[in-house]
Design a protein around this ligand. Structure first.
Ligand code: TYC
Length: 109
């Protein structure tokens, strides 16, 4: 039987020359959590939020708050979707409780 070859022999009539599909894996997207400036929320309140929700040291929290205050917005951290969404909800919840108009959003990074 001339067509019958060893399993490893690619020339057998029963073999198909197929390329292995490349695995369809992608890194999950990351999101920047962003604070927006406003004229009413007290600076101290924003610093407290950056410490409690984003785990910043006071000096770093103050820098980020001032960046938001002067530039209009600033990044609090970069996270996967679920964590970013949770942080945004926590900030908005605490701001609402204290009746401050503080805004926090997320954007794909
Ligand atoms: N601009 C505010 C003030 O002067 C302080 C502030 C900083 C508000 C950051 C919001 O995301 C903010 N009291």
């Amino acid at each position: 039987m001339s067509e019958r070859h060893d399993d490893n022999d690619r020339t057998s009539q029963y073999d198909l020359a197929v390329e292995e599909a490349r695995p369809k894996v992608k890194q999950p997207p990351l999101y920047r959590v962003v604070l927006i400036n406003d004229d009413y929320t007290p600076m101290e309140f924003v610093v407290d939020i950056l410490e409690s929700v984003f785990g910043m040291e006071r000096t770093r929290a103050t820098q980020v708050m001032l960046e938001v205050h002067t530039k209009g917005k600033g990044v609090c951290g970069v996270y996967n979707f679920e964590i970013a969404e949770t942080k945004v909800a926590q900030v908005m919840g605490i701001a609402q409780q204290h009746q401050h108009p503080l805004l926090c959003t997320m954007e794909e990074s």
